[in-house]
Design a protein around this ligand. Sequence first.
Ligand SMILES: Nc1nc2c(c(=O)[nH]1)N[C@H]1C(S)=C(S)[C@@H](COP(=O)(O)O)O[C@H]1N2
Ligand SMILES: [Mo]
Length: 319
Amino acid sequence: MLIRRAPDIRYSEVTPKALYMRRREFMQAAAVAAAGAAAALSPAGSRHVHAQNGRTKLPNVRKSQFSTTEKLNSYEDITSYNNYYEFGTDKDDPERNAHRLVTRPWTIRVEGLVKTPATYDIDTLIKPYAFEERIYRLRCVEAWSMVIPWIGFPLADVIKRLEPLPSARFIQFTTLADAKQMLGIRVPVLDWPYVEGLRMDEAMHPLAILAVGLYGEVLPNQNGAPIRLVVPWKYGFKSIKSIVRIRFTDTMPRTSWPVANAREYGFYSNVNPTVDHPRWSQATERRLGEFFRRKTVMFNGYGDQVAHLYSGMDLRRYY
Ligand SMILES: Nc1nc2c(c(=O)[nH]1)N[C@H]1C(S)=C(S)[C@@H](COP(=O)(O)O)O[C@H]1N2
Ligand SMILES: [Mo]
């Protein structure tokens, strides 16, 4: 087994289609879209306060006991070094291209094994929840990490209100896939739309949140506006962006990375320094803004809170 110790590894190196569908095709798609698409910005909901810099503050955000006290990454790092393949596969593509995403009006379809399948307007859906700041570590499977001050509320609170049926054992999330707004989906790097999923007990864990902001402000589009999942003990790719659909199921749902490459990515994708990716080590990571690599910690450091979810499971098999 070849273990690579490159500073950052890109998914696109391990996704077969991506090996030949890369930068050039993306640039062509971008040119075509630029000719036709109208740019639009997102008017924010009534709880939002517009600042002069064009960004929007979120008022009344309370602190959380679940926050780490580690040094935050800068706003600049968090919003310019992104994975959001719908907007391109380079780290700076999302910042450059995600302004095309229109985040209001925005609806979320709730379906599957749930008492009342329905389509919700996002502002109606999030209205009951108090905003909390959750400072979490995000550890990408590419072996870099950041500390991000998210703003959101527990996913569990939303699930309880949606009333899944007792037969629901998993939850699946889907990202918008609109080629007019998302230039990257003209390139078949992944089987669009992006989908992710959790087992129901994982989804109900108090650390799992839906985020609508960061650094005291409305979520930038490149970070998954208007609403994205954050699951801090799992590799970053589980934290799906710009959610348009939530589906409750009784069987393990399709999720994008195992579909792209089942040998290299599993459903669980818990941060685990002892289980290497087939092509590189997961033992260490580079914290953005730091020079020396750090040791990666089991469950990204959230083991005391989440290890019980996996007791009795062979984590080499269920990676
Ligand atoms: N829809 C969608 N969600 C996504 C991705 C993506 O390409 N598309 N990338 C994932 C990956 S690999 C990571 S590491 C995180 C990055 O989140 P951030 O850019 O806000 O740091 O988003 C995840 N969510
Ligand atoms: Mo990632």
